[in-house]
Design a protein. Sequence first.
Length: 293
Amino acid sequence: MTSVRVSVPASSANLGPGFDTLGLALGLHDVIEVQVIDSGLKIEVLDAGAGGVAEVPTDERHLVVRALRAACDRLGVSLPGVHLRCFNAIPHARGLGSSAAAVVSGVAAAYGLAGRPLDAEAVQLASEFEGHADNAAASLLGGLVIAWCDKGRFHAERVTPHPSLRPVLAVPASRSETEATRGLLPAQVPHADAAFTASRAALAVHALTSDPSLLLPATEDRLHQHYRAPAYPETARLVADLRAAGIAATVSGAGPTVLALTTDGIIPASVVVEGFEVTELPVDLAGVQITAG
């Protein structure tokens, strides 16, 4: 192909105890169009609701371009010139996998141009940019993913979420950078907290796929969320309030968005959500989609 169109879903990572391991694809999509041209680089960024378009570089620093070129190099695809159009809908720096979606769209576009189906190497390529595979794998594969790294190689397995799962997102206007919030995590944690979180991560896979009635205990975490709470006190407050009301709420990725894993799409009226934009998003089961441009 000489031109491709790629649609990539947002994602929520961690899902409570599954730090850098569990990811869920969500029905909110960035779309890019890539056309191979004779020479040069032309980038158009069109805001479809994500905000912050002015902050996105329009040169070789653009994350989609970087991922596209890296994947094309790996796949042996020649790129004399590129015309890139981006339709951004995933909010930036909100814990919804916007950077992973950009990387995945670039990698997927390279596969489309090469005429090759996505494979395990696509997970590796995308995850190299992120340093972990949870968001990238969710955007690539759709549904619920279990991701891990073994001797520098990233892997992911897709499992099907329970059909009654209805995620609700509470997105604040404030932003959070993953690098900054990772800096709040300690180098060591108590053994009891590690064991507690391991048990809950295993339970989370069962709850998310087979028994949503267990979602509240399954999303408990002692590994990362309370250490990051000072970076977004209102997010931490909302998570605590929702959980007190019986809703399986977590911080989405590095925050500050709150993810409520419900089966009815309802946030109790007693929970104060002022300062957050609340919306229900379906689980995206398809993952990244590539078509001829």
